[in-house]
Each structure stands twice: as C-alpha cells, then as structure tokens.
Design a protein around this ligand. Structure first.
Ligand code: NAD
Length: 366
C-alpha cells in the first residue's frame, strides 16, 4: 500500500480532507470510498490485505489496542507499540461490561486521541471495538480488518457501533466511522461454513436493494458490490434518519428472533440466518398488505434458498414474544414498523396492524 501525500491527514478538523491511503493494484481488487466529507474512508477488498495493515495506519498513531478473538488466527506484524485484547465469542460479549473492560484496558495503556483501536474480526468484534473507540475519550480512531463475510459486506461498513442489553439487540451504541476497513478475502478461508452462510444471509438482502446477479460473480466482486451499495446508503443518510433504515430489510423480525434466542436456547439462530427468515417474513407481510404479488414472494424464496439459508422458524415460537421484542426495535416509535418491499422497491412502513403481524408469523411456522 502506498500513501498519497496529496491528502491532508486529520480527522478532527472541520474542513480537512480525510487521510487516504492507496493499496497497490497488486494487493487489492477494489477500493470503495465511503464519502462522508472529513469522516470519509476507504474500504479495500482483496486477498492478503491484513499483512499490509501498517500501510493504512496513520503516521501519528503512538499506540494500538488490538481487539480480536482467540479463534481468529490473524495477527499482523505491528511495529507500533500495541497490546492485544481478546474478547469472548458470541452475542453475550457484545455488552456494556465488555465496553467497560476494554476502556479500562485502554486507560491502563495510556491511550489517547492520537492512538488507534484495531478491530480484527467479525461483526461482534467491530461493533464492540468500534463502540469502545467511540466512547473512550469521547472518541478515538479505529480501523477494521473484517474477517467474516458478514462483516465485509455489512457490519464493518458505515460506522454503526454498539452493544446489546438484556432488553434488546444493539440498543446502546453510537455512529462512529472507522478510519479504514480491510476486507481480506484470505481470512474467509478459515471461516466455519455456517459463518460463511450467515454472511450470505446479509448478501441475500442486497438482492432486494439493487444488487442483481450476485450469485454469478466471483466472491471478490460480490463483496465489492455489497460494499458499494452499503456505502451509497450510508452516504445518503449517515445517521439513519430515513433512507439508511432500508438496509435493515429483514431485520425487524431478525432482531426479535435473536432477542428471544438470548433467553431460549431452542432458537439457535445466528444473525445471518435470522435475517434470511426475516426476509421471507417481510415478503409474506408485504404480500398480505397488497404491496407485492406472489411472483415477488417466490423470488424471495428463490434468493434465500439459493444460499441454502432457512426460510421458516426452526422451532415454534409464541408470536407475542416476538411482537414484544419488535416493539423495542429502534425503528418502532411505539408502533410496529417494518421495511417492506413494494412494486417500486423497499420502503419503511409504520403502524402495521399487530393482528396481521401475528397472523403472518403463524404462516412462517408452517
Ligand atoms: N454495525 C452494523 O452495521 C452491523 C450490520 C450487520 C450485523 N452487525 C452485527 O454483527 C454481528 C454478527 O457478526 P458476524 O456474523 O461476523 O459474527 P461474529 O463476529 O460472531 O463471527 C462469527 C464467528 O466466526 C469467528 N471468526 C471470525 N473471523 C474468523 C476467521 N477469519 N476464521 C475463523 N473464525 C472466524 C468468530 O470468532 C465467531 O466465532 C451481530 O452482532 C450483528 O448485530 C452489525
């Protein structure tokens, strides 16, 4: 990777350009700039990028806190003083307790606003490390080496950081953009097959947000296409006022399933699997509301099934438990709100009738 000295470093100034680095074409297949003024950053997609992370670390960084997990075998050589913090696996670790622990460790290292948090991992690591970076000293820089497909096509892009609380998923967090994202496709080689499938759950979502024919592209192009779409939504609506909420297609039910799954071990669903079921549910609901026809519902089934992802609930779940959880969704505002398909694309739909939501949930159990 090479630095471009024409770009003026600095993320705190109001009008300065973002610090930008170039990866030589031999090292990356694509660079997508998430264009957010002085909070802009590059997302690189390619093989073996992690080994070259030092090239994207800003010159003035004095210390690095690496946040990762033990089972992720990616430990790039860092010449800057650093410490490695392994967080536990799973949604339970995405908690305020972990944030407190990480921030204490950052303080013990003497980290300041010039330093960097480096997240190496999937969405759990990037959401948690990102929120710790957003909170410590009211915000220090962080970069991400995204090591799961789900993180590469979604979680690592867009600066949504946060943790779960017992009342719901991702209920506490901050918008805090990373300084760089490396989508290292080599990392995916060690990813368990079920985790790869989960990434495809988020990829399936993009099929309804403008990415046609993903399944016919090489993996690198698929990741790039998803990043490019996500970047456009983030640029149009960084803080999820309206348009960015469309990226939550399939997520109202998915988050409810995950929240119920916290308490009910019978519901063993990972995020991407929950999204896949959520996409089917959203299609069934949209059809009942007269927004789409059966052909479009069939298309949802085709896309989700083409990845081998689930299309129905794995065990019967009391609809009221899911509905209670849906009311806690951040899009809810006291009524049931969904992102739903229509003949002109997906839209946020508020005030969906609770009885109908319940009825369609029972269709999903069959
Ligand atoms: N911030 C956002 O915009 C956003 C978007 C979508 C999802 N998310 C969040 O992302 C999380 C899910 O992320 P995920 O699916 O990446 O799960 P994850 O982070 O739990 O990773 C899945 C598993 O794979 C392991 N792993 C990661 N990289 C590996 C590698 N290269 N080789 C071997 N093992 C590896 C992890 O240790 C973990 O066990 C959820 O909490 C979800 O809410 C956030």
């Amino acid at each position: 990777m090479e630095r471009d000295s024409a770009w003026n470093p600095g993320i705190y100034g109001g009008s300065v350009e973002f610090e930008r680095f170039y990866v030589s074409s031999a090292l990356h297949d694509d660079e997508i700039v998430v264009d957010l003024g002085n909070r802009s950053y590059s997302v690189y997609v390619g093989n073996g990028l992690a080994a070259d992370v030092h090239s994207v670390i800003p010159d003035d960084v004095g210390k690095i806190a690496v946040v990762t997990q033990r089972n992720i075998g990616i430990r790039p050589t860092l010449t800057i003083p650093h410490k490695i913090f392994n967080i536990e696996d799973g949604e339970q670790t995405k908690s305020l307790g972990t944030i407190a622990e990480l921030c204490s460790n950052f303080a013990a290292m003497g980290m300041n606003r010039r330093d960097l948090v480096l997240a190496i991992g999937g969405g759990i690591v990037s959401d948690t490390a990102g929120f710790a970076a957003a909170s410590f000293h009211r915000g220090i820089r962080y970069g991400i080496i995204a090591t799961t497909l789900l993180a590469q096509v979604d979680a690592a892009i867009g600066g949504k950081t946060g943790v779960n609380i017992p009342e719901g998923k991702n209920l506490v967090g901050a918008f805090w953009q990373p300084s760089f994202v490396l989508c290292d496709l080599t990392a995916l080689k060690s990813l368990p097959p079920r985790e790869l499938l989960c990434g495809q759950g988020e990829m399936a979502k993009y099929a309804f947000l403008g990415a046609e024919g993903l399944d016919k592209m090489p993996l690198s192009a698929q990741v790039s296409a998803c990043v490019r779409i996500k970047a456009k939504y983030v640029e149009a609506d960084e803080r999820e006022g309206d348009r960015r909420a469309l990226l939550n297609y399939g997520h109202t039910l998915a988050h409810a399933l995950e929240a119920v799954g916290f308490e009910d071990p019978r519901l063993d669903l990972k995020h991407g699997e929950a999204v896949a079921i959520g996409l089917i549910y959203a299609a069934l609901l949209a059809k009942r509301l007269g927004r789409i026809g059966q052909d479009r519902v069939d298309y949802h089934y085709r896309v989700v099934e083409s990845y081998g992802l689930p299309t129905s609930l794995p065990v019967p779940i009391e609809p009221d438990r899911l509905i209670d959880s849906m009311f806690k969704d951040k899009k809810s505002f006291g009524t049931l709100t969904f992102v739903l398909d229509s003949r002109s694309g997906v839209e946020v739909v508020r005030d969906v009738d609770v009885a109908l939501v319940k009825e369609v949930l029972s269709e999903l159990s069959q």
